[in-house]
Design a protein around this ligand. Structure first.
Ligand code: BES
Ligand code: ZN
Ligand code: ZN
Length: 451
């Protein structure tokens, strides 16, 4: 927990040496209980976040339960955001995933000096940090403890308490709406699906919202194209996109950001049942486009297709960002630190990249040449759900984009960044990362400011 220093006693003192010697982010123990944190190069928000996280992790390993840090050098270099970045790094590094074991972890308190008067900036950053941790909590939850219904209930409870309008559509309603691609997947499971809709109306009355559409597959067995035993182990994290868009809305609401944003989360399970969908099936999406199913494990793009159509036709979205743990191909290409991106709109692309920079997340844009579009054509339907010629991350994204009805659209594939068995950045802990929350929040905040 990060607090402003009020003269409490703390076990350790941390010193921040900006432009210190040596490589970036080294730690040095000094006489007494002093930990010196050296940043090699110019400080950025992200290096401060990483430095605070690393220091706090080391102190916790040493058994410490408190430390005091002078934030003044960070504030001098970067303004209030410098102190906010330190607080955020420390808080995220202290995250512990939900555990069903007995016994509590020792809490850790970091006190900041030199950040007096910056309570507002710290509180705003804290809202984002807690939203990231909310997303981590959901993604860390195993599939037996988080069905689509459970996810809907937990999101509704938290969002509802913050003035976010919540609508949960059950299977009867989504079937009435003609969401055939969504139901092809949803009907493979006994646990019923939920279409979760969260509306934050902080902006001008009647102004069309930005839609944040997040994949909410609570477990992905692959269906009849069954995953291997190793593949099935990672099945719980397949709703990380849904968790990210919910987290972003929570932070927007807590910080009262003047923007209209709607989160749409198709929550389903991709399982096996006697009559679940099969490779070769031809299904009709809500948009009217027909889809040939080549692979039942490519389920994310099917539910996202209908969720995009829902966002456009029922919610009047003006622009769309979809976010999903969509493809193994994206992990193979960009690894665990960088998410894939596709877009049809330069302005929204630039806004997203600016937001990512502020949030300290990495995205890389894939090309969308005409030959990639051809790879998802089908001889018998308008589209097919698996490429005939590789390029899995690109073709999956283009499939989703085919349902954007030419509105500004950005697609984010977080298959690699949403979950880490071992942390890749200091402020991560093993398991869910909360990928996407802060970038989506910053994107919407930027749209509100007109920046
Ligand atoms: N949820 C998976 C993608 C995934 C893989 C996420 C690994 C995280 C880690 C997705 O539904 C999937 O199974 N995609 C297939 C698509 C293929 C069958 C066209 C894939 O990437 O193998
Ligand atoms: Zn799958
Ligand atoms: Zn999946």
């Amino acid at each position: 927990m990060v607090k402003l220093w009020q003269g409490e006693s703390a076990q350790w003192r941390m010193e921040l040496e900006l432009n210190g010697e040596g490589t970036a982010l080294s730690l040095r123990m000094k006489e007494g209980r002093v930990l010196s944190v050296c940043l090699g190069g110019q400080p950025t928000e992200n290096t401060l976040r990483r430095a605070a996280a690393k220091a706090v992790k080391v102190l916790r390993e040493l058994g410490a339960d408190s430390a005091v840090l002078d934030a003044a050098p960070a504030v001098e270099a970067l303004g209030p955001e410098g102190a906010a970045a330190l607080a955020q790094g420390a808080e995220l590094a202290c995250y512990r995933q939900p555990s069903w074991k007995e016994g509590e972890d020792k809490p850790f308190a970091l006190y900041l000096t030199g950040a007096e008067g910056l309570e507002g900036a710290l509180a705003r950053a804290d809202a984002v940090t807690r939203a990231v941790c909310f997303a981590r909590d959901l993604v860390n939850c195993p599939a037996n403890l988080l069905t689509p219904e459970d996810m809907a209930r937990r999101m509704a409870q938290t969002a509802g308490g913050l003035g976010i309008e919540v609508e949960i559509l059950d299977g009867t309603r989504t079937r009435e709406l003609g969401m055939g691609a969504y139901h092809a997947v949803a009907d493979s499971a006994v646990h019923p699906p939920r279409l979760i809709v969260l509306r934050w109306r902080g902006g001008k009355k009647g102004a069309p919202p930005i839609a944040l559409v997040g994949k909410g597959v609570c477990c992905d067995t692959g269906g009849y194209c069954l995953k291997t035993a190793a593949g099935l182990k990672g099945t719980r994290g397949d709703m990380a996109g849904g968790a990210a868009v919910c987290g972003a809305l929570l932070a927007l609401a807590e910080n009262n950001i003047p923007v209209n944003a709607v989160a749409v989360i198709p929550a389903v399970e991709n399982r096996l049942s006697a009559d679940s969908f099969l490779p070769g099936d031809v299904i009709r999406s809500m948009s009217g486009k027909t889809i040939q199913v080549n692979n039942t494990d490519a389920e994310g793009r099917l539910i996202l297709a209908d969720a995009l159509t829902y966002a456009i036709r029922q919610e009047g979205a003006a622009k769309i960002v979809d976010i999903a743990t969509l493809t193994g191909a994206c992990v193979a290409t960009l690894g665990f630190t960088t998410a894939g991106l596709l877009t049809n709109h330069e302005g929204l692309f630039l806004a997203l990249m600016n937001a990512a920079k502020r949030a300290g997340e990495q995205y890389w844009r894939f090309p969308d040449f005409p030959e990639y579009h051809k790879m998802i054509e089908s001889p018998v339907a308008d589209l097919c759900n698996q490429s005939s010629d590789g390029c899995g991350a690109i073709t999956a994204g283009l499939f989703v984009g085919a349902f954007a009805e030419n509105l500004p659209w950005v697609h984010l594939d977080i298959a690699g960044t949403a979950w880490v068995d071992r942390p890749r950045w200091e402020y991560q802990t093993a398991g869910a990362t909360g990928a996407g929350v802060s970038t989506l929040y910053e994107l919407c905040r930027g749209l509100a400011d007109g920046t």
